[in-house]
Design a protein around this ligand. Structure first.
Ligand code: BT5
Length: 332
């Protein structure tokens, strides 16, 4: 069943300064007077906001004469936690943050058609109808992973759109590697650890013949899932299962967004070769015997390279070369 619970839809320029002030002074007492003077808000407004943050799970002490002290933050991907980072330039300048949604990609498509800007981020703590490619399902249990979509309006031709999947895969793998996890990219859209799937990417495009209207890039990262069952038991893994301890989702999310901006700007500036170089260093597909299961045919051979558009090049047993734009790869 599809349920949609929106917590907040907001522009970065209207971020909640009270929460940011508390986040930046975590563990310290700040007086109501100080907040009120610095942020130009009334004491009553502050009190109301503080109660709202407490409802979200922020642990805030209020002591007469001393003021307010943020003791701990809940494990939620609240937009201010992202805006706290001042390095991000265009990603998340507008954020839609859900407690629950059908699919962030589906929502992003509607928002993109309604004109939401480049870089808009759609985040949900849970998806009830998370999607993989070709109508497959993506399991997205509450608070256990990062389930997000980004609206992009790139200045690229439609045949260049697959480059965005490569940018995303590099950003995702880099953010995960920062945790000391030696993950690798499997062409085109998987992040694996020891052959098990840690993250998946779903890139969807709306285009005319010669022009992209928008691209939606969806990312699912299994962070704190403790157990996979059924079909996923032997094929999926999470950062928790690899590290043996809970991992801070906010940190992974922010690292991913920063890496994405970095590599996306390479793409925008015509330096896609730098993305490719990084992709090649992080991938586990090239050099392997593979079987590609496409919509209409199957191909077997050695994946020996990717080209400047991100297509996989396969040398078949008869020596001929095929250029693959999409499909499922099984590594042999
Ligand atoms: C993908 O498809 O890997 C793309 C996944 C994209 C998910 C994100 S979450 C945010 C955004 N909103 C969405 O609705 N989707 C995106 P594909 O390569 O087709 O892989 C799908 C297959 O992965 C399934 O058939 C399962 O076998 C497996 N799978 C499903 N859930 C999984 C999970 N949580 N972890 C690992 N594998 C999973």
């Amino acid at each position: 069943m599809e349920e949609e619970i929106l917590i907040k839809a907001q522009d970065k320029k209207n971020k909640n300064e009270i929460l940011l002030y508390l986040l930046n002074n975590k563990g310290k007492y700040v007086s109501g007077e100080e907040l009120s003077e610095k942020l130009n808000v009334t004491r009553t407004a502050i009190w109301k906001h503080i109660n709202g943050f407490k409802k979200l799970g922020y642990e805030i002490d209020s002591v007469p004469r001393l003021g307010y002290c943020l003791k701990s933050s809940p494990d939620i991907l609240y937009p201010e936690e992202i805006w706290k980072d001042e390095e991000l330039k265009f990603l998340g300048n507008k954020i839609y943050y859900y407690e629950s949604i059908g699919s962030t990609n589906e929502k992003a498509k509607i928002l993109a058609v309604n004109g939401e800007p480049h870089g808009t981020l759609i985040l949900s703590e849970k998806q009830t109808m998370g999607k993989g490619r070709m109508g497959r399902k993506w399991e997205s249990p509450k608070n256990e992973g990062i389930w997000l979509s980004i609206i992009l309006r790139p200045n690229l031709s439609p045949e260049e759109a697959p480059k965005i999947t490569l940018v995303t895969a590099v950003a995702c793998a880099k953010a995960i590697r920062k945790q000391g996890i030696n993950c690798a990219i499997k062409w085109p859209n998987d992040i694996l650890y020891e052959e098990k799937k840690l993250a998946g990417i779903l890139t969807e495009i709306s285009a005319e013949i010669d022009r992209i209207n928008h691209v939606i890039v969806g990312v699912g990262i299994n962070v704190n899932t403790k157990k996979f069952t059924g079909e996923l038991e032997n094929i999926a893994t999470s950062l928790y299962l690899i590290k043996g301890e809970p991992v801070d989702r906010k940190k992974i999310l922010i690292d991913f967004l920063k890496e994405f901006e970095y590599f996306y700007s390479k793409l925008e500036k015509g330096n896609f070769h730098e993305v490719l170089k990084e992709w090649k260093a992080l991938n586990c597909t090239i050099g392997r015997n593979v079987k590609i299961i496409g919509k209409t045919k199957e191909i077997e051979g050695i994946a020996f390279d990717i080209d400047g558009f991100g297509a996989l090049l396969i040398r078949k047993n008869d020596g001929s070369v095929e250029r693959i734009l999409s499909g499922d790869v099984s590594l042999r």
